[in-house]
Design a protein around this ligand. Structure first.
Ligand SMILES: Cc1cc2nc3c(=O)[nH]c(=O)nc-3n(C[C@H](O)[C@H](O)[C@H](O)COP(=O)(O)OP(=O)(O)OC[C@H]3O[C@@H](n4cnc5c(N)ncnc54)[C@H](O)[C@@H]3O)c2cc1C
Length: 488
C-alpha cells in the first residue's frame, strides 16, 4: 500500500475536476489528480461527437474566473471547448498534478492499518478487491482507521492510501438504453457512441428521445442520412439557441424569479415558434425548466422541411422494422438511443452514495452523513453551463475540507443535523444555487459550534443508553460512537 495520506485524491480531470484542482492548489490543500484517460478535458476530450457545439452559451459556460477568448462564438465547438480547458490547465499549472492513464477501480474507507478483521476475512487484512461480487460494504466489521483515510485501488492493481477522495468522474458516460419488446437487427447505438456524421450517411435513422444529444443527431441525420425520424414519448420544450439575437441562456437576468422567466419564455416562444402541435410534435405536459431544457434551433426547421419526421413512442422492434405506439411502422438501418445516462460510481461500494433516479442524495451537494473525507462533486444537472457554478462551488468545497479538518464527526452529518435539506431533483437553477453559495460563506463557520454540540449530544446519548461512559471527547470514544451510528 503506497502511503499518500498527506494528499486528497481527485478522481477525474474533466471540467469539474479541473476547477476543483485549481481551488485546492489556491487553498494549499495537497492533492493528486487521477485521470483514467490519456489527456484532460473529460467529455470535451473523449465524450462528445466531432460536430458538437455547446448548448449553454459561452458566457454561461466559462469558468467565473477565466473568461473564454473574446473571439470565440456564442456557442463554441467541442474543439474550442477542449482548447479552452487546456488553456485553463496551463494557466493555473494543473497538468503537472494530473496522473494520466490512472483509472480508479475501487475506493474504500481505510481500515486501521493492520487491524484484525472478522472471520469472513480469515483474520487477514482484506484488500479492497475483496469487497465481494455484490460490492456491498459493511463498515461495522472493520476497526476503522482513526484518521478516516481512504484506500484507492487503480486499474493496474496498485493500492494507495489517501487522506480523502474527491469524486469528479462526471455523469454523462453510463449509457441508459430503453427497453422494448422484440429485437432491432440494424445498427443499434447510444448517442454516446455517435462520433461523426459518417456513421449516418445514406442511412434511415430513427433517433429515440428529445434531449439535446438526440436532437443534434436527428438534425445531423436530416442533413446526411437517407431519412431522419424522431421518436418522442412525451412533449418537450424545444427552445431555439438564440432569441432576439441573444443566446437564450443569457436572455433573462439572473435576479429574475423562475416563474417570471417561465412566463416570459412561454410568451416569447409563442411569438417566435408558435404551437408545437403545429409541427406535429406533442404538447409539453410539464412546465419549462421542470425537465432539462432542449436547446436546438434546427429541429423545428427540419421538421417543417420534412427532413425530420416526428414519431410517437416505440411499441416494439421486429428485425429492421420499428412499430410505433400509434400503430404505424417503418424500416430503419440505425436506431440511436438519445435516452440519457445513469448516475453511477462503479469504484464505490453499491449504495454508498444514495441515488434516486438521477438525483444523488448529498448534503451541500457533495457530502454524506456517514463518511468523512469523501466528496462527490458535479452530480447535479445545471440548467446552463458548468463554469459559473463550479468555480464558487470548488472554493466552497475547500472551505468544507478545511472545516472537516477541525471536526471529528463527518461534516455531512453536521450539515444534516443542522437542518440541511437533501436535494429533491438533480436539476439545478443556477441563479438559486449561486445565491445559496453566497449565503453559505457566512453560515459555514457556524458548523464548528454545531459539531461540538452534536458531539456532546452523541456522548450523552451513549451514556444514557447505559453503555460505556464517555471519558471526554477522545478520538477513541468518538470512534465508538461513530461506529454505533455506522459513521465512517
Ligand atoms: C453531447 C453533450 C453535450 C454537452 N453539452 C454541454 C453544454 O453545452 N454545456 C455544458 O455545460 N455541459 C454540456 N455537457 C455536459 C458535460 O458533461 C459537461 O460540460 C462537463 O464535461 C462535465 O464535467 P465533469 O468533469 O463533471 O465530467 P466529464 O467531462 O465526464 O469528466 C470526468 C472525467 O473523469 C474521468 N474518470 C471517470 N471515472 C474515472 C475513474 N474511475 N478513474 C479515473 N478517472 C475517471 C473521465 O475519464 C473524465 O475525464 C454535454 C455533454 C454531452 C455528452
Amino acid at each position: 500500500m503506497i502511503d499518500r495520506s498527506a494528499h486528497m485524491a481527485v478522481i477525474g480531470a474533466g471540467p469539474v475536476g479541473l476547477a476543483v484542482a485549481k481551488a485546492l492548489l489556491e487553498n494549499g490543500i495537497p492533492y493528486e489528480q487521477l485521470e483514467g484517460d490519456d489527456d484532460l478535458g473529460g467529455n470535451w476530450y473523449h465524450g462528445v461527437y466531432e460536430t458538437a457545439h455547446i448548448i449553454s452559451s459561452r458566457k454561461t459556460t466559462e469558468y467565473a474566473d477565466f473568461p473564454m477568448p473574446a473571439d470565440f462564438p456564442d456557442f463554441p465547438s467541442a474543439q474550442q471547448m477542449l482548447e479552452y480547458l487546456n488553456s485553463y490547465a496551463e494557466t493555473f499549472r494543473l497538468r503537472e498534478h494530473i496522473q494520466f492513464k490512472t483509472k480508479v477501480v475501487m475506493c474504500l474507507p481505510s481500515r486501521q492499518m493492520g487491524a484484525p478483521l472478522d472471520a469472513r476475512e480469515n483474520g487477514q487484512p482484506a484488500s479492497p478487491s475483496s469487497w465481494g461480487s455484490d460490492k456491498t460494504l459493511d463498515v461495522g466489521r472493520w476497526t476503522l482507521d482513526s484518521q478516516r483515510r481512504w484506500e484507492v485501488e487503480l486499474a493496474d492493481g496498485e493500492k494507495r492510501i489517501y487522506k480523502g477522495v474527491i469524486v469528479c468522474s462526471g455523469h454523462h458516460w453510463d449509457k441508459r438504453f430503453p427497453t422494448y419488446p422484440g429485437e432491432f437487427t440494424g445498427d443499434y447505438i447510444h448517442s454516446k457512441d455517435y462520433k461523426n456524421p459518417q456513421q449516418l450517411i445514406g442511412k434511415r435513422v430513427l433517433v429515440i428521445g428529445g434531449g439535446n444529444s438526440a436532437c443534434d443527431v436527428a438534425s445531423e441525420a436530416a442533413r446526411v442520412g437517407r431519412s431522419s425520424d424522431l421518436s418522442l414519448r412525451r412533449g418537450y420544450w424545444f427552445l431555439p439557441k438564440v432569441l432576439f439575437g441573444v443566446p437564450i441562456p443569457e436572455l433573462v437576468p439572473s435576479w429574475v424569479p423562475v416563474w417570471v422567466q417561465r412566463v416570459f419564455l412561454k410568451l416569447a416562444l409563442r411569438i417566435a415558434v408558435g404551437k408545437y402541435e403545429d409541427y406535429g410534435l406533442p404538447k409539453p405536459t410539464h412546465r419549462i425548466f421542470e425537465a432539462h431544457p432542449t436547446l436546438n434551433s434546427e429541429i423545428l426547421h427540419y421538421v417543417k422541411h420534412g427532413r425530420i419526421r416526428p414519431r410517437p413512442d416505440v411499441a416494439k422492434f421486429e428485425g429492421r422494422r420499428v412499430v410505433f405506439k400509434d400503430g404505424s411502422s417503418d424500416e430503419f438501418d440505425m436506431v440511436v438511443c438519445g435516452t440519457g445516462f445513469n448516475l453511477s460510481f462503479p469504484f464505490l461500494p453499491n449504495g454508498l452514495v444514495p441515488v434516486e433516479g438521477k438525483n444523488a442524495l448529498l448534503y451541500a451537494g457533495c457530502t454524506l452523513p456517514d463518511y468523512k473525507n469523501l466528496y462527490i462533486v458535479g452530480t447535479p444537472q445545471v440548467r446552463y453551463g458548468f463554469g459559473p457554478l463550479i468555480t464558487p462551488a470548488a472554493a466552497l468545497l475547500c472551505r468544507l475540507i478545511s472545516l472537516q479538518d477541525q471536526m471529528e464527526l463527518p461534516i455531512g452529518l453536521v450539515l444534516k443535523e443542522s437542518g440541511a435539506k437533501l436535494p429533491t431533483t438533480h436539476l439545478v437553477d443556477p441563479h438559486k444555487a449561486l445565491r445559496q453559495m453566497r449565503y453559505a460563506k457566512y453560515t459555514l463557520p457556524l458548523l464548528l459550534r454545531k459539531e461540538r454540540k452534536l458531539r456532546r449530544r452523541l456522548a450523552s446519548r451513549q451514556e444514557s443508553d447505559g453503555s460505556r461512559q464517555m471519558s471526554g471527547n477522545t478520538a477513541g470514544d468518538l470512534q465508538r460512537v461513530s461506529h454505533e451510528l455506522k459513521i465512517f
